[in-house]
Design a protein around this ligand. Structure first.
Ligand SMILES: Nc1ncnc2c1ncn2[C@@H]1O[C@H](COP(=O)(O)OP(=O)(O)OP(=O)(O)O)[C@@H](O)[C@H]1O
Length: 225
């Protein structure tokens, strides 16, 4: 499978805290990579650098032919909107919008008409077994339901790369498996790459490759591919 993302020697400090200390990672199309490691080791910072949300102090991230680290803010936001999908732990759904409007939002931002965007959003809500929540606002549904709505929103644009920070953290094991099976399906069918941070070995078991971040760099890799 072709290489999509390539990070070399990423370094990032916050004041005197070293968050990344020379991290390297390659991610190919169709690959699910589980990023593991202790709290504070730099996992989220690594993901944010890969996704062009945080600019590293030094080092380089390439997405296909684009140097993400050197790209302008508008190029990076176009990349995030058009090519990437995100599932983060907290604060991801817009509270004033219904669930179906939340899922449709990335499509609306790309100029898709409301009716078509909501039809596509509804079909993803169905795949995640939260179709009944479509007309409710996020404050009226459970944390686990909200997490599945957020997964639907990340996948609705059929992104080339999904970045997911603990995507199954609020889910029971059956729903966690459902989300991981859906990621596996997207990887196999559409060549979607999935970079996910998890502490759960049962979730990491769905990945093709596990990487462990320690003290801001990748320390070990175990491959099953
Ligand atoms: N915006 C920030 N400002 C200051 N320090 C930060 C910031 N983001 C991260 N850090 C620090 O950088 C280090 C790495 O943080 P990061 O969130 O990447 O770790 P993590 O492995 O994702 O942790 P966790 O598993 O607890 O989410 C930590 O010491 C953290 O406190």
């Amino acid at each position: 499978m072709s290489l999509l993302l390539s990070a070399r020697d990423l370094r990032k400090t916050y004041g005197s805290t070293v968050a990344l200390n020379g991290a390297d990672l390659d991610v190919s199309a169709g690959e699910i990579v589980a990023v593991m490691g202790p709290s504070g080791s730099g996992k989220s910072t690594l993901m944010h650098c890969l996704a062009g949300i945080v600019r590293p102090d030094s080092g380089r991230v390439l997405y296909r032919d684009l140097d993400v680290t050197a790209a302008s803010d508008s190029e990076r936001s176009a990349l995030r909107r058009g090519e990437f999908g995100f599932v983060f732990q907290f604060g991801q759904l817009v509270p004033e919008l219904t669930c179906v409007e939340n899922v449709a939002l990335p499509l609306r931002m790309e100029g898709v008409k409301r009716e078509e965007a909501e039809r596509r959003a509804q079909s993803w809500l169905e795949r995640l077994d939260v179709a009944d929540m479509a007309r409710k606002r996020p404050g009226r549904i459970s944390g686990g339901q909200g997490q599945r709505v957020a997964v639907a929103r990340a996948l609705v644009t059929e992104p080339r790369v999904v970045f997911a920070d603990e995507p199954t953290g609020a889910l029971d094991s059956l729903n966690g498996e459902m989300v991981m099976r859906l990621f596996t399906h997207c990887a196999e069918e559409f060549g979607t790459a999935v970079v996910l941070v998890t502490h759960e070995p049962s979730v990491a078991a769905y990945s093709h490759r596990e990487v462990v971040v320690r003290d801001g760099s990748i320390r070990t890799t175990a491959g099953t591919l």
